[in-house]
Every structure is written in structure tokens, then in C-alpha cells.
Design a protein. Structure first.
Lengths: 235, 213
């Protein structure tokens, strides 16, 4: 596959001008996570006692400038719940977003779109409107991975105002219905090959979630890779 | 980070040793190696190595070309950490070699013409297609992303020959006696193999358990 990629790139020299123009005008970065998360209910009642989800997150940013970029992402996860146990899923497609690139491989990105999250039969399935803030910072062996998300929930009345931290009392919260966050560290390597900066490694993170009026805390294990074109390409 | 890769490799037990069999009969090998960094932990590339009875050199069939090499496993800096997945010897290998010599180049040209690095068709699509075309019953590892590419929608018998699969670029499913149950989501594979027992993961050698052989 690598040879084929190189051949494909070489074949592209037939259209060198077009590629060159694209490379001159645009730059970007992408990151892929494989991750598994286990969350345990830490307080308050909820039909779910534990949640286990595994899946992938694929995000990318691209733009004309050195620092500012557009952002899009796809998150897919499936697993199960304990306590009325069953199948659980959590997916989100976020095509609308903006990002900052403070360094070659570091990205701070905000995104939104549409998602779905639920558990059969323990957690009513809902359509979600996620507002997701992601930070991937670090160009070397150590990389900080952080993510926070507020979700508005539709189609599941039982899950409205499910985040105690966002609750504003008897009135429905305008800040969102559910909340989740992750903060972790990846230990890996950074590379500079073929003119691109990249890196990969395993990571561990603390995870937190609020839904159905309950708080959940747990841990995430994963593997991630990141790839970035030089910011100077996008001028 | 290499030590962590090797930890995950070490979690695949009873792998076939990387030893080329003697040339007293025709031999066909199915081998995969990792892509370059940073994809080395999640993506592999296949090639079929064919050596006729009495020959010294191996013909390596892969996308984008066919090459002649003295060592079927050493691909220099192109593909690292090779894994030997299957070996065919004798009459079975003679039939396989005839088929590969006849069928491989048209498939390689076809994939070259329509090549898309991800999700396919790519070199792993070639590996799966040539295995099925020549009746070589083996499976590519789950990290051979593109092995299950069947176009916008497709269904058929698996390369291992004891199961069936239905595939789209977004989601797919493979079920079989030797294949186990494998769910494919955007080209990533996860599942359970019952024999040899292993958890199928889209990482490292693609399995946590016993090697597929």
C-alpha cells in the first residue's frame, strides 16, 4: 500500500501544477483515535450503572491560513451498559467546525453536527446536537489529548436536563442536556517524513460523563495517530 | 513506542516462523508487512510470494507491481515486521502458482486504474481478490484495511472459504466457521475468531490471541 501511495503521488506529478497550487493554498492536519472507555456511575440514580464503549474518532482540519482552519469529525463507538444491560452506541458526525493550529501538529478544534446515543434497553435512544471542543497539543513524544462536549438531546424526554453540572433548576437548561469530557496523555513518537509531520502512540485518559441526572467517571485507553502538513504550505 | 508494538505483536501466539521452506517443491506464501510511520501500528500490506520447484528466487505479487526477490520476507524500509499467514506446498502450490501467474497482473492493473488509498480498492483488495480467485483459503489480517472492499455494496463467500460477507464502505459483516464474526465499520475490523481463538482488533497484527493459520 505504501508503494502504491508513492506511485500514486508520483503519478500526480503529471498534474504537478495543480497539486502545487493546492499545496500552496491549503494545509491541514488529521488525527485518528482508536479508544475504549469504561465509565462507572459515581453518584445519583440512573438506570445505567456502567457504560463501556469502544470505537474510533477521525477528525481533520484544513484551511488557507497558518493558524485558522475548518474542522470536521466523525466519532463512532459501540459497546454495552450494565444495569438493565444491553447494547449501547454513541455516534456523531460533525462537519461544521473551526480550528486553531498553534503549532505544526497541535490543534484546538470546535465542531458541531448531529449524533445519536443510546442503550438498548437501558437508555432511551436520542438524537443529539453535540458541541465538541478538542485539543491535541504536542509535537514530540508526549501529546496532551483533551476533549469536552456538551450535547443537546432530542427524541428522549427522559434524558432532557440530564447533566447536573449544567442544570439551572426547574427551568430547562440552555447550556445543554448532557456533558462529557476526557483528558489524557499519549506517549509515543513524532516523525518528519516525506515533508509531513506525524506521530503515533498509546494513550490513557480520565473520562467523565453526565447523563440521566447521574455523574459517571472512568478511564479511556487508546491508540492514536496524527498527521499534519506544514502550516507554511497554506499561504 | 516500538516496545508497545512488540507487546501487541507478542499477544498473538503461535505465529508461523519467518522461514522460507526448501525449494524441493513449489511454494506459495501469503505475507503482510506494516506500512510506514505513522501508520505502522494500524495498517498492513500483503504480498504473495511464489517460488517454483528448484528455483532460487521468489516472485512477489502485490500492488502495484510484480518483483523478483531472493528473500520473500525482507522488504527493506518499505514494509516492516512481516507476518507469514499461510503456506501452500507441492501440487496445491503448483495449481496456485499457475493461477496467480495468470490472474494477478490483470487484477493489479484493474486496482491500479481505480486505486484509492482508503477505503479501497488498494493493495489489500488485491490480496483478497487473488486469494478468492485462486481458491487459496486464507484470511488477511484485520489491519489489512481495504481487504473487504466490494464497491458500494457487495456480498459473497470469504477468502477463507467457510463463511460469507456483506460489505459496504460504511459497514460490513463477515461470518464464518474459520473466520469467526467480524464487524467492519469504515474499513476497521473488530470481532471474535473462534478457531484459532482470538479477539479481532484493528491494531497491530490484528488479533489478540492465537495466530490465524
Amino acid at each position: 500500500m505504501r508503494s502504491a501511495l508513492i506511485v500514486m503521488l508520483l503519478c500526480g506529478t503529471a498534474h504537478a501544477d495543480r497539486w502545487s497550487r493546492l499545496a500552496d493554498e491549503w494545509s491541514g492536519a488529521a488525527w485518528l483515535h482508536y479508544e475504549a472507555t469504561v465509565l462507572d456511575r459515581v453518584e445519583h440514580d440512573a438506570s445505567v450503572k456502567q457504560i463501556g464503549l469502544a470505537g474510533a474518532r477521525l477528525h481533520g482540519v484544513f484551511g488557507h491560513g497558518h493558524v485558522f482552519a475548518f474542522h470536521a469529525g466523525l466519532d463512532l463507538a459501540a459497546g454495552g451498559t450494565v444495569g438493565q444491560g444491553g447494547f449501547a452506541y454513541d455516534v456523531a458526525f460533525m462537519p461544521f467546525g473551526v480550528a486553531l493550529r498553534p503549532s505544526e501538529r497541535s490543534v484546538i478544534a470546535l465542531g458541531t453536527g448531529v449524533g445519536a446515543m443510546g442503550g438498548v434497553p437501558s437508555l432511551d435512544g436520542a438524537v443529539t446536537l453535540p458541541i465538541d471542543l478538542t485539543a491535541e497539543v504536542g509535537d514530540g513524544r508526549v501529546r496532551l489529548l483533551a476533549r469536552g462536549r456538551v450535547s443537546y438531546v432530542a427524541g428522549a424526554a427522559s434524558r432532557a436536563d440530564g447533566a447536573p453540572s449544567l442544570s439551572t433548576g426547574p427551568e430547562s437548561s440552555l447550556l445543554g442536556d448532557e456533558l462529557e469530557a476526557m483528558l489524557g496523555v499519549r506517549i509515543g513518537r513524532g516523525y518528519h517524513e516525506y515533508g509531513f509531520n506525524s506521530g503515533n502512540g498509546y494513550f490513557v485518559a480520565a473520562s467523565y460523563r453526565e447523563l440521566e441526572g447521574a455523574r459517571f467517571a472512568g478511564v479511556t485507553f487508546g491508540y492514536s495517530i496524527d498527521l499534519a502538513s506544514p502550516r507554511s504550505m497554506g499561504r | 513506542m516500538r516496545w508497545l508494538f512488540w507487546v501487541s505483536v507478542a499477544c498473538t501466539f503461535a505465529k508461523q516462523p519467518l522461514v522460507a521452506p526448501p525449494n524441493d517443491v513449489t511454494t506459495v506464501l501469503l505475507v503482510t508487512g506494516t506500512l510506514g510511520r505513522p501508520l505502522d501500528g494500524i495498517a498492513r500490506h500483503p504480498w504473495l510470494a511464489v517460488r517454483r520447484k528448484g528455483a532460487q528466487m521468489w516472485q512477489l505479487y502485490e500492488v502495484p507491481s510484480v518483483a523478483t526477490e531472493s528473500d520473500p520476507f525482507d522488504r527493506g524500509h518499505d514494509y516492516g515486521n512481516p507476518i507469514l499467514h499461510a503456506v501452500w506446498r507441492g501440487d496445491e502450490a503448483d495449481r496456485a502458482a499457475d493461477c496467480i501467474e495468470h490472474e494477478a497482473e490483470p487484477i493489479i492493473r484493474d486496482i491500479d486504474d481505480h486505486y484509492i488509498f482508503y477505503p479501497g480498492p488498494n493493495s489489500n483488495t488485491f490480496g483478497d481478490r487473488i486469494l478468492r480467485k485462486c481458491g487459496l483459503h486464507a484470511s488477511l489480517p484485520s489491519t489489512s484495511i481495504g481487504k473487504d472492499w466490494r464497491g458500494l455494496i457487495g456480498a459473497g463467500v470469504t477468502s477463507e472459504g467457510t463463511g460469507v460477507q456483506v460489505e459496504t464502505p460504511i459497514v460490513g459483516l463477515k461470518i464464518g466457521l474459520k473466520e469467526g464474526i467480524e464487524l467492519h465499520v469504515i474499513g476497521l475490523s473488530i470481532g471474535v475468531d473462534f478457531w484459532p481463538p482470538a479477539i479481532i482488533l484493528p491494531l497491530g497484527p490484528g488479533r489478540l490471541g492465537f495466530a490465524d493459520r
